[in-house]
Design a protein around this ligand. Structure first.
Ligand code: SAM
Ligand code: SF4
Length: 469
């Protein structure tokens, strides 16, 4: 049994990253069995789930449409805020009941929550029916761990605190035939004081550019229309490799593969260079959309958060990005960070008014065990009610600006990549180059194609359009 430790997870070593090819030396043990994967959290987790599905398919498992038909259920979890944690433990209760009527059901838990000491302790003490637990550093070991559980009928816990080799060539079962995620960098070394990611995902490790380009070229051959380069902080790409090759170089080479659309998330303002901006401007197939989390508009709070930029520095970068033709910029904001006063919060509203974001993900600060801000939280004076009020006020402002920016699009025509049937009857949906959701009347033949859509109506979170022949 291997259980995680937060202190070990925090340590950083200078060891060079080693690359290993994925290899499983047994096959088809999953024949006649079905899996169901439930994913919580960010795009990184969504893509990890695509690898989980790929690995299971490669050893004979089939995908279950309905969770009730599954022989193996895997929860790929998120640890970023307490509510994500509560959802998972709530759902484990449901699975416990399912297992009472189906003794052979295999339940697995993985992802960022599995990297938390407290969670593994809780599973060991109170959730014996969970068959196996594995972490973010040994995703590739999934087939081995399920097999071990099936062979021994014993609970298998294998979570490493430290990252190991970077595994290339893992099988992937992608959710879409048109847009794909491609990891470019794993982990994070920023250690923002509120954030658990540097502990759950390990040190910053870039993939080799040749492996990334090989993957993108394969996607181009398969007819993919869009790639999203993924990382907790993609702008730090290459820093750990010391080859003088950074995100600007990589974006340029990915653009040259001629894939119609290139996206990248998430950007930390600290590592955004002028050259990266120039490359985005230069290549029409690099989308004019940047997600640039600010977190707070108060210099005092930014410092306590360990974000390493001031509001003025952020505004300078923002202004440079705004010069990119037609660009949309979105952000992340945390309210109620320990010590945030009404004045600090007004600074946040003020910078939102300055930036007039196209959209934002907004959160109430959630203390995470083992992070520095959790200690500040113990002395925090602001009530939850005040924080909820702040979130409400912030969201009202954010929504006003989203609506305003969407309204400016009405009567203009944009290229959208059609993704599928929308919830509405007979309506299709897709995204603009600036990542705005558009619903329009069309037929299913258009799925996977880039079409021209004239915008006829705007809401805060979506647009209505019509097909332009
Ligand atoms: N690496 C990305 C970055 O730095 O922008 C995103 C990391 S995280 C998955 C996404 C967002 O969750 C963060 O930008 C932050 O706003 C929010 N977040 C992280 N830790 C949080 C916490 N303890 N409480 C509330 N929100 C948090
Ligand atoms: Fe967390 Fe900060 Fe790293 Fe983003 S940059 S993952 S917020 S520590």
């Amino acid at each position: 049994m291997k259980i995680p430790n937060m202190l070990d997870a925090k340590k950083r070593n200078k060891n060079e990253v080693k690359y290993t090819e994925y290899n499983v030396d047994f096959n088809n043990f999953g024949e006649n069995k079905k899996f169901y994967v439930r994913t919580y959290g960010c795009q990184m987790n969504e893509h990890d789930s695509e690898k989980i599905k790929g690995m299971l398919s490669s050893v004979g498992f089939k995908s279950a449409e309905d969770i009730n038909d599954a022989d193996v259920i895997i929860l790929n979890t998120c640890a970023i805020r307490e509510n994500a944690h509560d959802k998972v433990f709530g759902f484990l209760g449901v699975l416990k009941h399912m297992k009472q009527s189906n003794k052979n059901l295999i339940i697995g838990l993985c992802g960022c929550m599995a990297q938390e000491e407290g969670v593994v302790d809780e599973i060991l003490a109170k959730h014996k029916y969970v068959n196996f637990v594995f972490g973010t550093h040994n995703l590739h070991r999934l087939p081995n761990l399920i097999k071990e559980n099936m062979d021994t009928d014993k609970q298998v816990i294998e979570v490493y605190s430290k990252e190991g080799n970077l595994i290339e060539g893992m099988p992937v079962k992608r959710a879409s035939n048109y847009k794909a995620y491609v990891n470019i960098i794993y982990g994070c070394d920023k250690f923002c004081t509120y954030c658990i990611v540097p502990y759950t995902r390990g040190k910053q490790r870039s993939r080799n550019k040749d492996d990334i380009l090989k993957e993108v070229n394969k996607l181009v051959k398969e007819g993919y229309q869009e790639v999203t380069l993924l990382g907790q902080n993609v702008n730090a790409y290459g820093k750990d490799l010391n080859l003088g090759y950074d995100l600007a170089d990589l974006l340029e080479e990915v653009a040259k593969t001629n894939i119609p659309r290139v996206r990248f998330i998430t950007s930390h303002p600290w590592d955004f260079t002028d050259r990266m901006i120039e490359v985005i401007k230069k290549y029409p197939n690099i989308m004019n959309y940047v997600h640039l989390p600010i977190q707070s508009g108060s210099d005092k709070i930014l410092k306590l958060m360990g974000r390493r930029y001031t509001r003025e520095e952020y505004k300078t970068l923002f202004d440079k990005l705004k010069k990119i033709d037609g660009i949309a910029i979105t952000t992340d904001i945390i309210v109620g960070f320990p010590g945030e006063t009404e004045e600090d919060f007004l600074d946040t509203l003020d910078i939102v008014k300055y930036c007039q974001y196209d959209g934002a993900f907004t959160f109430i600060y959630s203390p995470r065990v083992g992070t520095p801000a959790a200690k500040l939280f113990e002395k925090d004076q602001t009530t939850l009610e005040e924080k909820e009020q702040r979130l409400y006020r912030l969201n009202e402002l954010i929504n006003d600006y989203s609506l305003m920016s969407n309204k400016r699009m009405v009567n203009n025509t944009y290229k959208i990549l059609v993704e599928g049937l929308s919830n509405k009857d007979g309506m299709m949906y897709g995204y603009t180059e600036t990542n705005k959701l558009v619903n329009f009347k069309g037929n299913e033949d258009l799925i996977g194609k880039i079409v021209n859509i004239r915008i006829i109506d705007a809401k805060s979170f979506s647009l209505d359009g019509e097909l332009v022949e």
